[in-house]
Structure formats: C-alpha cells, structure tokens
Design a protein around this ligand. Structure first.
Ligand SMILES: Cc1cc2nc3c(=O)[nH]c(=O)nc-3n(C[C@H](O)[C@H](O)[C@H](O)COP(=O)(O)OP(=O)(O)OC[C@H]3O[C@@H](n4cnc5c(N)ncnc54)[C@H](O)[C@@H]3O)c2cc1C
Length: 285
C-alpha cells in the first residue's frame, strides 16, 4: 500500500494485484473499502482476486505479469507477498525454532543455547492479548528486543514485556491503524469475540467533517477489549495508540466507554469515537 502511494506520487502509473477482494487483509472489509476508494481516488488501479502465475518478457514494456485476471505489462514489478523469518543460521546451530517458524526466545531474548540471543524479525514475541508466541515483523519490536538483548548480554538484566500488535500506515490522505487481535485469532485463543464497527467524525461537528471508522472487538464473557481497527482521514492512529494502552492494561469496554481522553473540537467530540464504539459494543453484548 505504501509503495503504491510512493510510486504514484512519483508520477509512475501503478496497479496493485491482490489475491483477496479488498486491500489490507488485517482490516475489516468495510474499512478496507475506504482504502480501496482512496487508492482509486488517487489513480491507483486495484485488481482484485488476482493470482500471478509468471513474470514474462513484455512486448511494449520490459516485463509482463501473467495473472488469472489477464496480462499486465510494466517497467517494474514489485513483490509484496509476505515475510518469513530467515532461520537457516539458527537451525544450523541447533537453536529451537518455535511453532511460528521463528527462533524461540525467552523474555530475555535468550535462545535455547547459552550465550546466543535473538531479536527482531527472526524471532518469536509474546503477544499479551492472545497469550501466544507470535512472529510479527515490525521495526519498533525489533528495536526494543535489540536493546533488551543488549542489556542482558551487558549484565543489566531486562525482560521484554511483549506486544499487543499495534501497527499503522498511511495511504495517501488516509490513516490506517490496528492493534490487538481480530475475531479469527480470538476464536483460536478460546475467546468469544463480539465486535462493532462505528463510523463517525474525527473532529467535533463544529470543526467540519473528517470521516473515521473504528471497529472494536471484545470478549463476550469478560467484556475485555481484544482488538481495534481504524481507518480515517485523521485521528485513526491516535485512537489506536490509546486503545493499545487499553489493551496493554487489559481494560474492559465499560472502562473504555468512560475513559478520560483529551477533548478539544479540532481533535474530536466530547464523546470521542472511542467512547461511542465501546458503548455500542456494550449494547451489542
Ligand atoms: C518497505 C518496508 C517498510 C517497513 N515499514 C515499517 C514501519 O513503518 N513500521 C514498522 O514497525 N516496521 C516496518 N517495517 C519492518 C521493519 O523494517 C523490520 O521489522 C525491521 O527492520 C526488522 O529489524 P531486524 O533487525 O530484525 O531485521 P533486518 O532489518 O532485516 O536486519 C537483519 C540484518 O541481518 C543481516 N543478515 C542476515 N543474515 C545474516 C548473516 N548470516 N550474517 C550476517 N548478517 C546477516 C541482513 O543483511 C540485515 O542487514 C518495514 C519493512 C519494509 C521492508
């Protein structure tokens, strides 16, 4: 998504081929629909349900992507097809590899072998919401784990406290952000997920309209927040950061529905979309 914006802004006509029907799998289809509209509004072609079988030499352009939706010729074809941890070296050393396919580490970033530490994309991380080991390749996690490993190697012990899965990106004029787990992951973690998606304004009404959508997922029996996703023209990342803190401290939706959030009209209403979504979810439960 970020590359499609960068290329298009550089004046390079860009098409995105996606195996699914909407961009950005992590987000609810209603939120992804907003991303699709933003791509189209900025001249990026989006080809859904596209499986690319081969890259061949083109006639008018150097390259040609052969897909089940037809052939597209291009100067440049960029693959963004997921990330797998590179654990060859670790495997060769006999280090334990976890069920995610990444290197197993303890909270001190220590591997199964004394004096061998791992940090970042190659290793597992404890997810504080699902209570499972996960492999989420993000730069902020890698930075913190690197420092934790360094502290332990240097003799000033420190535990890495885990993650809640916060993530964000910009797509032209849109902010997209998510945290925690979605319904599928919640079911796998033996929760009973209930969710709600509300649309609102990132500003107070008197300041104009900045459309924002916020989805919250909670556990039906405990009311605990499990995850959140937001897309909007402003304020989506700040909402998700607040909800990441709520996840970190295991808040339930009743607490979130009356959370003390900074209010001033340019940044939201007296009842923020976070309050409205939490209260809507309580009513749904
Ligand atoms: C285009 C792009 C955008 C991104 N944007 C974001 C973002 O906005 N936010 C975010 O949180 N994350 C982002 N990420 C992810 C982030 O970059 C990674 O999570 C982070 O760089 C991981 O750090 P790392 O040190 O674990 O691994 P890397 O940065 O991959 O570093 C590993 C290093 O080890 C070297 N290496 C591998 N094998 C060997 C060997 N056998 N011997 C010696 N050296 C070796 C590699 O060459 C490499 O230099 C982005 C990634 C990409 C590709």
């Amino acid at each position: 998504m970020e590359m499609s914006e960068s290329l298009q802004r550089a004046g390079i006509q860009t098409a995105v081929f996606h195996r699914g029907s909407l961009p950005a799998n992590r987000w609810d289809p209603e939120l992804s629909q907003m991303m699709l509209e933003e791509l189209k509004a900025n001249g990026v072609e989006f080809v859904p349900n596209a499986e690319t079988a081969a890259i061949e030499e083109g006639k008018d352009f150097p390259l040609c992507a052969v897909t089940n939706q037809g052939k597209w010729e291009a100067d440049l074809i960029l693959f963004a097809v997921g990330v797998r941890p590179n654990v060859e070296l670790a495997r060769a050393m006999g280090l334990a590899i976890g069920p995610t396919g990444a290197i197993a580490v303890n909270p001190r970033q220590q591997t199964a072998k004394d004096n061998v530490y791992a940090a970042g994309d190659c290793c597992e991380t404890f997810h504080r919401v699902s209570r499972r080991q996960v492999n989420i390749p993000l730069g902020d996690i890698a930075n913190k784990q690197g420092r934790v490993a360094g502290r332990n190697i240097g003799g000033r012990p420190l535990d890495f406290p885990g993650i809640v899965g916060a993530q964000s990106f910009r797509l032209f004029n849109l902010e997209a952000a998510a945290t925690g787990i979605d319904e599928k992951e919640a079911i796998a973690g033996n929760f009973s997920p209930v969710s709600t998606l509300v649309w609102g304004n990132a500003l107070a009404g008197s300041m104009g309209q900045q459309r924002i959508g916020l989805k919250l997922i909670a556990d039906k029996s405990s009311g605990k927040l499990l995850g959140a996703q937001a897309v909007g023209f402003s304020g989506a990342v700040s909402r998700i950061n607040a909800l990441s803190v709520a996840l970190w401290s295991e808040m339930n939706i009743d607490e979130i529905g009356y959370l003390d959030l900074a209010y001033s009209p340019p940044y939201g209403g007296a009842w923020d979309i976070i309050h409205n979504a939490a209260q809507a979810l309580r009513r749904a439960i």
